[in-house]
Write a protein that binds this ligand. Structure first.
Ligand code: ADP
Ligand code: MG
Length: 400
């Protein structure tokens, strides 16, 4: 009798736990939706500010005394962009913007924030790989990975200790992949994050990537850190490994595919400002944004045909498709979205290159994907130099 009584208490506890977990999920979802919505609109406003300030900066002579003010505007906008990116990441509305990144440099840049995050009692050392690995990654997301791993290491070393972040290059062969049960053979950049903290037993190690799995007190842990890291690494087609021993410390190893031969180019000013004489169709439903994109492109010498939504874009294309060299499409538009417009346009002129612009990730981008080389993607807010560079690159590769 007593036993069944005890069991029923446990049941309720378990149910309570699940209920509160569900509530927590719902709360996170609601906050995420709210934050994502605000961030999306805010991102569009930032596009306009960056756009016009960038244009001013490009047009001003070097010795113009007002130039410094414009540069202050631009650097403040950068900070606002960083904030909205974080909000979008949290609400999972973020699109990944893959760029060739020098991993060692990225870690060096993150070091300042990381050491502030872990505090003075923990000693941070970085050991960069000699062969300077380049990966295709989203900068903001890479920072999030590092920050989450460092925060966990900090929590594991309340009395202080040492944190080592090491990069290297590894060749994953069939045998290794088969042995580990994951990972495709190939060359990978490796980031290993080691601490001298409390470590984990096997049972904990098996669960650490589960969302909401935490061994920390309420208010201290959310159990979302490593599941976020896992999601990001997977999106980058990488994988992870955990080695840990109770009382001795933990090493978390992240493998990201190497971008061989894609050295990070810091384009010369000339390359960045390179314009052209081609004709570009721009479909964007927000008038201010359409205005700034048109201004940037016409300033660089292009002829622009504007469309107010997807349907309008298809109509313009039916009229003048033979003269259009590239279509720049907003992803989320009323009446007809960017993906549908793209399909219709490509059925009229299969070879036409398309550049999607969005601050949102939705299924359109996920499916059509940054990995599909027939469509290109640029994240909002659009900085003029970046937009021009991308357009030139697309037009040049498509000409061949
Ligand atoms: P949180 O940090 O909010 O608990 P995480 O998903 O980041 O959530 O981590 C999940 C759990 O994995 C932690 O609660 C902890 O038990 C364990 N863990 C993660 N990293 C380490 C580490 N470096 N050392 C010891 N335990 C860790
Ligand atoms: Mg954590």
């Amino acid at each position: 009798m007593q036993r069944s009584y005890v069991a029923s208490i446990e049941d309720i506890t378990e149910r309570r736990r699940l209920e509160s977990q569900l509530l927590q999920v719902q709360k996170m979802e609601a906050i995420g939706t709210l934050a994502g919505g605000v961030a999306h609109d805010f991102n569009n406003i930032l596009s306009v500010v960056t756009g016009y300030a960038g244009l001013m900066d490009m047009k001003m002579e070097e010795d113009n005394p007002l130039k410094i003010y414009v540069q202050h505007i631009l650097s403040s906008v950068d900070k606002a962009v960083y904030l909205t990116r974080n909000l979008l990441a949290f609400s999972r509305e973020q699109v990944i913007d893959l760029k060739p990144i020098n991993l060692n440099e990225a870690i060096e840049r993150a070091k300042k924030i990381l050491s502030r995050l872990i505090g003075e009692d923990i000693d941070l050392t970085t050991i960069p790989a000699d062969d300077k690995p380049t990966i295709l990654a989203d900068c903001g997301q890479l920072d999030q990975v590092l920050m989450n791993l460092a925060a966990n290491a900090r929590d594991a070393m309340p009395q202080g200790g040492s944190l080592v972040i090491e990069t290297s290059v590894a060749e994953i062969d069939e045998e290794f992949a088969a042995h580990q049960g994951f990972g495709k053979p190939g060359r990978y950049a490796v980031i290993s994050v080691s601490d001298t903290g409390c470590g984990m037993d096997k049972k904990t190690q098996e669960r650490i990537f589960e969302p909401f799995f935490t061994t920390k007190q309420v208010g201290k842990g959310t159990g979302l850190g490593l599941s976020m890291v896992y999601g990001i690494v997977k999106q980058h087609r990488g994988f992870m490994q955990v080695q840990s021993e109770v009382g001795r410390g933990t090493t978390i190893t992240v493998y990201l595919p190497l971008a061989d031969g894609e050295e990070q180019k810091k384009g010369s000013t000339e390359e960045i400002l390179a314009g052209g004489t081609e004709t570009i169709l721009v479909a964007e439903d927000e008038e201010d944004l359409r205005g700034i994109i048109t201004a940037i492109l016409t300033n660089a010498g292009y002829t622009v045909i504007e469309a107010v939504d997807g349907e309008d874009a298809v109509m313009r294309f039916e009229e003048r498709g033979d003269t259009i060299d590239l279509a720049v499409l907003d992803v989320v538009m009323p009446r007809m979205n960017g993906k549908e417009a793209c399909d219709r346009i490509k059925s009229l002129k299969p070879g036409i290159p398309v550049l999607f612009a969005s601050g949102y990730s939705d299924d359109i981008i996920q499916q059509k994907g940054v990995y599909d080389n027939k469509v290109d993607f640029i994240a909002k807010p659009l900085a003029p130099a970046e937009l021009l560079k991308r357009i030139r690159r697309i037009l040049d590769t498509w000409d061949n």
